[in-house]
Ligand binder design. Structure first.
Ligand code: PEP
Ligand code: MG
Length: 834
């Protein structure tokens, strides 16, 4: 049976249409779904909702999609393009009015007609047709048709809420005062005519969003007067514009805050991002309120030219920024701007922008903002974490182009004295534009530890805090502040004694860091001779060389997602081979563990179909996705085996939960070897295969799993998430997410015991491996290798060298018998802090 999807800007409208259509099926159950409104219930179209609805009603018989307004078509088309080709050819967009079309389509589907026939029935549904020489009247008006010339004007809807609800009612009231017949047509969205005197018709067909153009036609003795009055009403913004200027927008808190009292003393508490002690004047960054939206726009040609120039200028700025950052030795940060440039050079994106300018009369600013916003929402609706951060990038890029179109300069902090930057939030380009020579610390009102500002601050080693709350924006510029990046404290106008303590601690931290880095290349051996291998977690190739400076003895986790994300096609085996070979060569004979692709969940890929899941972290991610697409794993394994000849490579599988998954991967490994043998391609026969233990079932069954693999690496980030049923990215659950919870520690112990009983080794590569309270316990439990952010290696090695294994064993035993993470932390502090 053909499936039907009803896409509308309004959730209730879509649901109502579905309800109505279901009445027309003679009691037959048909596959029909509503996809209306945005996820938060507001007006708009959601990529995610449409995709879900398609997936729910899809069968080989095909799917017919009905839509209301123009931008619904754009979102729907984007959705279809994201689906596999064989599905795309079975999905058709219907060019029929939403309500009548859905009703006719439902009846035809219930009769078992084919997709083409259902579409035809829907599109042929009778609608009120425009008469050549007269404006149509509502059906009940059976009066003599009004004769005379039809006069029309075209006008753009500029008020924020568009021609809906209250503005629509105002429009009807005004139109009703005139004798002429008056119609409205949304020409941007290509909607049917609506009788301007009928509230009902206006609500269904006469709506328009901000920026869309409507044609108002009038026929009768007072046609001209009516058009003049209606034009004035629309152009006045239905009275919404004055209030828009008076009332600050929700997203622009500064004007409100300015009216509030300045904060000149007190202490704020936030989430620590990077440790260190700083006392410096505050530099409070307030984004300039954008100048009033230009109402006059040029012709389409002029707007296209302006767009071209602004994109060239933006690309130039982006490249200069990237060059500067590269010179400062930050390839990881520079890579963010490669992505920005790629977006601005993306032909698909540009052609969407150009067509909005040419065909829909958008200005260059409106067009680029609306296309990138649409893509940003698409990214946001697909997941959390990294993808959401990419949405911030898209908005950042749009902001840059809009600034270029307005001739505004980009963000800069000037001055010589070091400052603590205080900001509500920081966009990627703003953070990267910062001159690190004058930024001593960063304090951000919003954001979590995975925000861009936090990631960059950590990479650069700038003491930073996020999540301090909006009140920090009331600290006056230039006020002296003390920032404690270890505890997440920001003190306003600190007393002299506090300044002295901070200064002493800063000096201590600096000299200690120097001392530790100098000894970092030595091994980490406890006082009584137990060596613990300390290796690094790496997320891209550029940072491989620098981890050696911090004393990494190998790579315990090479996250390969960097090769797969932010592109439109899958990297070839050859491309992967080149990348893995480079890592192997830099690391020489040091061990390198490559983790096979861990996507899905919060990291979707555009070129692999992944349907939206209710619980993505419990869904098709990592090895589960690899099983659906074995070629993904095969190309990775073959590239690793071949690159294995250049160094000491191993690989491990993420998110393993059953023995069957391990056995399947082993078969794939054998197939890869056979295929390489057949082709006569040389490869290493000594590449070990291990698994990540990050699901409780794997930890509990580790004794059995250990017989099948060469090693285990415990991913404590996920293991904690799954043990405590606590989303690792959910800020409201921060109090629960603690890897020192004895439940997690007991699972780690099971893994170590299971592996050692079979003569296999165990590493830990989650965040806890680098935490000073966790290291003594992990070593005491018997973990053989700790893999962490490279900057944490010097202090971790230093700590291990001061410990005694015999005592750590007792400490671990006691910790495993404690009831809470807090008790564990206290016990470690008591025993291990000198
Ligand atoms: C983990 O889960 O602990 C881990 C290291 O993997 P990731 O953080 O990449 O999920
Ligand atoms: Mg993990």
């Amino acid at each position: 049976m053909v499936g039907i999807v009803v896409v509308s800007h309004s959730d209730s409208l879509a649901k109502g249409v579905v309800e109505l259509a279901k009445q027309m099926t003679g009691g037959k159950d048909i596959p029909i779904k509503a996809a209306g409104g945005l996820d938060d219930g507001s007006l708009g179209t959601s990529f995610e909702k449409i995709l879900n609805a398609i997936n729910e009603v899809y069968s080989e018989d095909g799917v017919l999609i009905l839509m209301d307004l123009g931008s619904a078509i754009m979102t729907t088309q984007m959705c279809i393009e994201s689906l596999p080709e064989e599905m795309q050819s079975n999905i058709k967009l219907c060019n029929a009015p939403l309500v009548e079309g859905a009703v006719a389509a439902a009846a035809a589907t219930a009769q078992g007609l084919s997709l083409d026939e259902v579409k035809k029935r829907a599109e042929e549904v009778p609608v009120v047709k425009v008469q050549e020489e007269e404006v149509p009247l509502p059906q009940e008006e059976k009066k003599e048709p009004v004769r005379g010339e039809i006069k029309s004007i075209e006008v753009q809807v500029i008020n924020p809420t568009g021609l809906h609800a209250r503005p629509s009612a105002m429009f009807v009231q005004l139109a009703s005062k005139f004798k002429s017949k008056i119609t409205v047509q949304n020409i941007t969205a290509g909607k049917p005519l609506a009788d301007a005197k009928s509230v009902m018709e206006m609500a269904v067909n006469g709506t328009a969003n901000k920026g869309e153009w409507i044609r108002i036609s009038a026929q009768g003795e007072d046609a001209e007067e009516a058009l003049k009055a209606l034009r004035e009403l629309v152009e006045s913004g239905f009275g919404e514009l004055e209030s828009e200027h008076e009332e600050p927008q929700k997203t622009e808190p500064e004007p409100q805050l300015q009216k509030q009292k300045a904060i000149t003393k007190g202490e704020f508490k936030g989430t620590p991002v990077y440790g260190g002690y700083v006392v410096a004047p505050a530099y409070v960054f307030k984004r300039e309120k954008k100048s009033e939206e230009e109402r006059t726009k040029g012709t389409a040609e002029e707007e296209l030219k302006k767009l071209e120039e602004a994109i060239d200028l933006s690309l130039k700025e982006i490249r200069e920024l990237k060059e500067r950052i590269l010179k400062e030795g930050d390839p990881k940060v520079a890579a963010i701007f490669d992505f920005h440039a790629m977006v601005l050079e993306d032909e698909k994106m540009l052609s969407q922008v150009r067509s909005l300018i040419k065909e829909k009369g958008f200005s260059a600013k409106e067009a680029i903002s609306s296309v990138l916003e649409e893509w940003a929402r698409k990214l946001e609706s697909q997941g959390t974490g990294i993808m959401k951060e990419r949405a911030a990038d898209l908005r950042d890029i749009a902001g840059r182009v809009v600034r270029a179109l307005s001739g505004e300069e980009s963000f800069k902090i000037e001055g010589k004295e070091k400052v603590v930057l205080i900001a509500d939030e920081l966009l990627p380009s703003e953070t990267a534009s910062l001159d690190r020579n004058i930024i001593a610390g960063i304090a951000v009102a919003q954001g979590g530890i995975t925000s861009h500002a936090a990631i960059l601050a950590r990479m650069w080693g700038i003491p930073s805090i996020v999540g301090l709350g909006p009140e920090i924006m009331r600290i006056p510029d230039g006020t002296r502040v003390a920032l404690d990046g270890n505890e997440g404290r920001l003190i306003v106008n600190p007393k002299d004694e506090v300044i002295q303590i901070f200064e002493r601690k800063r000096k201590e931290v600096e000299s200690l860091q120097k001392e530790l880095v100098a000894k970092a290349k030595e091994p980490a051996i406890t006082v009584d001779g137990r060596r613990v291998e300390v290796v690094a977690n790496v997320g891209n190739i550029e940072s491989v060389a620098e981890i050696l400076e911090f004393g990494a003895e190998g790579i315990g986790l090479l996250r390969t997602e960097f090769l797969f994300l932010n592109r439109n096609d899958m990297p070839s085996e050859e491309e992967q081979y080149v990348a893995y070979s480079r890592v192997a060569e830099i690391m020489e004979d040091r061990p390198v563990i490559i983790r096979t692709l861990d996507v899905g969940g919060d990291k979707p890929l555009s070129y692999i179909p992944m349907s939206k899941e209710e619980n993505p972290f419990l869904g098709v991610r990592a090895i589960r996705l690899q099983r659906l697409h074995p070629d993904l794993l095969k190309s990775q394994i073959k590239a690793i085996l071949r690159a294995g000849l250049k160094g000491n490579l191993k690989f491990m599988l993420p998110m393993v939960s059953t023995l069957a998954e391990i056995r399947w991967a082993k078969e794939i490994l054998e197939e890869c070897k056979e295929e390489l043998d057949k082709k006569g391609v040389s490869y290493s026969k000594n590449v070990d295969m291990g698994i990540m233990v990050e699901i409780p079932s794997a930890a509990i069954m580790s004794e059995h799993f250990a017989k099948e693999v060469a090693f285990f690496s415990i991913g404590t980030n996920d293991l904690t998430q799954y043990t405590l049923a606590c989303d690792r990215g959910n800020k409201s659950l921060g109090y629960l997410f603690d890897s020192l919870n004895p439940a997690v520690l007991r699972l780690i112990k099971m893994v170590v015991d299971g592996a050692h009983a079979c003569g296999k080794w165990v590493g830990v590569c989650g965040e806890m491996a680098g935490q000073k309270e966790a290291i003594p316990i992990l070593v005491g439990i018997g973990v053989d290798e700790l893999s962490m952010n490279a900057r944490l290696i010097p202090p971790a090695k230093d700590l291990i060298r001061k410990l005694r294994l015999t005592e750590l064993k007792k400490l671990a035993e006691e910790a495993l018998n404690l009831a809470t993470a807090k008790e564990v932390r206290e016990l470690v502090r008591e025993r291990c802090e000198s």
